[in-house]
Design a protein around this ligand. Structure first.
Ligand code: ACM
Length: 537
């Protein structure tokens, strides 16, 4: 009877979807899969379930699923490795077949009344199939498993499905970084762009330069209220923190297990006030510099002495040892050039090298760092300002000041990640309610995120191939705590995941809202402090 009611409920929710062989825009899976075919009946389990994986599947994947099942309720899970065993009772089968005719991140998920079958040609594909199944059983009533029968074939639209987090303006503890990685995994995202250093704090231990964290990881106080408030008020409280290299290794491994690449960002040549406060010889002035205590763009910029390049190369050598990502993010944004203009020694170096202006000097600066990283087998990615001074075509570009940088970069043959402020900046306000918690400014409601199409019309089919993907950015000037980050991120991250994964012709906002409401259970179960505007609360 219960099964019948549940099946009927599903029919009601997804009218028109049953037994159709066309892609449908209604299923409580986010991001929406490419292809779903519903059939009658459901897979139902009250007590015991067998989880069986073939000999190619790593036990880690089976353990993920086992953990998700255990977290969901009181179901006993027995795990076995041989799919040829005679199976008595309900089972979930995981099948990894590298020769299968599937895309690298593709998976198949088949749910029948007796069994659930997940197949992939790669561990990542299987992991994504497990995430879809997890989302489906999260919606089961009363901590049991009741999952409607269906067949899913699914794969992502973009290869870079990123989320960024700034831990300089506010430091986030290791446990929260892991939680953040969990959010990405749940939504089949695969890049965590970790903004580790900025004017307001250097947050990663560098063994050769201990002062970066002894001095650079702490500021004497922090701006209270908004940057534009007059007069400025400060809290008078020392603030800081950093990740040890042990923390970093632990987090990189944690992300890797979830098929997430961490792209670390070490900003050059601007956003370097915390580094210059730690080692004043890196700067262009004789000022007594301290770690910046308020927001906005700092005038401090690295000088162009050989010792400074040596410093940066040594720092990056440690970064490369810690992070296996192909791309290393070198920032490049908002580098004010006034101190370069005013510095006799910088100007004299420019004359000697035949560098015409400060913009070209930035190109030279970034080019040197790029060459060093290339020797280590890595490539750089930087904010779209890196195009201004000229940069090798091997550099990838993150288009944030609108889409123009991304268009120009793709036309010049650079790989591009689209993250324009007006659709991808989760530090902007998400409603116009007067009681909205303090944010930097801007306005980015959920539907604006959802409506974003990352492939610009200006690009030819060939040029479009350079768009690697899309990313949501989380700058934390006005996010002091993990709870505030959660509030700014959820549910906009759901919309971002769908831009990254789902074919655009299948996206439909009303259907998306229905699905985020069905998945609200994830937010509640995980104590996530989400914004409620879209949930009628
Ligand atoms: C940026 O938002 N400054 C990249």
């Amino acid at each position: 009877m219960r099964c019948f009611i549940y099946a009927a409920l599903f029919l009601l929710l997804f009218t028109g979807c049953m037994n159709k062989k066309t892609p449908v825009a209604s299923s409580a899976i986010i991001p929406l899969p490419v292809y779903i075919e519903y059939s009658e009946g459901s897979f139902e389990v009250k007590d015991n379930i067998h989880l069986i994986y073939d000999s190619h599947v790593s036990g880690d994947l089976a353990n993920f699923l086992k953990k998700y099942l255990r977290d969901h309720g009181d179901i006993k899970v027995s795990v076995g490795k041989n799919p040829n065993d005679k199976i008595i009772g309900k089972s979930i089968l995981l099948d990894l077949d590298e020769s299968a005719d599937l895309l690298p991140e593709e998976y198949l998920l088949e749910i029948t009344p007796d069994s659930i079958f997940i197949a992939g040609s790669s561990p990542a594909g299987l992991f994504y199939g497990i995430q879809s199944l997890r989302q489906l059983f999260l919606q089961s009533p009363e901590k049991r498993l009741i999952i409607p029968c269906m067949r899913i074939q699914d794969y992502p639209r973009f290869s870079w499905r990123g989320m960024h987090l700034d831990v300089s303006r506010h430091f986030m503890p290791v446990e929260f970084i892991k939680e953040y990685i969990d959010y990405l995994a749940f939504l089949k995202m695969n890049v965590f762009h970790w903004h580790l250093v900025d004017d307001q704090g250097w947050r990663i231990e560098i063994k050769q330069y201990p002062k970066l964290t002894e001095i650079g990881a702490y500021r004497s106080e922090t701006l209270a209220g908004h940057y534009s408030d007059e007069p400025r008020q400060f809290d008078g409280v020392t603030y800081g923190g950093y990740y040890t290299q042990e923390d970093i290794r632990d987090i990189v491994a944690y992300a890797e297990e979830r098929f997430i690449t961490i792209v670390p960002e070490i900003e050059i040549p601007g956003h370097s006030q915390a580094a210059i406060a730690s080692y004043p010889e890196l700067g262009c002035t004789n000022d007594s510099v301290s770690v910046r205590t308020f927001w906005g763009i700092s005038p401090y910029i690295y000088n162009v002495e050989e010792n400074t390049f040596q410093f940066l190369q040594n720092v990056l050598d440690e970064i490369v040892e810690l992070f296996p990502s192909h791309y290393i993010h070198i920032g490049g944004d908002e580098a004010l050039k006034d101190q370069w203009k005013a510095s006799e020694s910088v100007q004299s170096k420019m004359r000697k090298m035949g560098i015409a202006d400060e913009s070209e000097l930035q190109g030279y600066f970034i080019g040197r760092i790029e060459k060093h990283l290339q020797k280590k087998g890595r490539s750089i990615i930087g904010w779209d300002e890196i195009l201004e001074g000229g940069v090798a075509s091997t550099a990838a570009v993150m288009s944030w000041r609108g889409t123009e940088g991304g268009i120009e970069a793709a036309k010049k043959g650079h790989f591009v990640v689209m993250t324009p402020t007006d659709h991808c900046y989760f530090d902007y306000y998400q409603s116009e309610n007067s009681n909205e918690p303090l944010a930097i400014g801007g306005y980015l409601p959920l539907d604006s995120v959802y409506s974003y199409e990352p492939i610009p019309e200006e690009l030819s089919t060939e040029e479009q191939q350079f768009i690697l993907g899309v990313q949501g950015n989380v700058w934390t000037e006005y996010m002091k705590t993990p709870e505030k980050v959660q509030y700014m991120v959820f549910p906009r991250i759901f919309a971002m995941s769908e831009i990254q994964w789902t074919p655009p012709e299948q996206k439909e906002y009303i259907d998306f809202i229905d699905r985020i409401r069905l998945l609200e259970v994830y937010l509640v179960d995980n104590n996530i402090n989400y914004a409620k505007h879209a949930f009628n609360k």
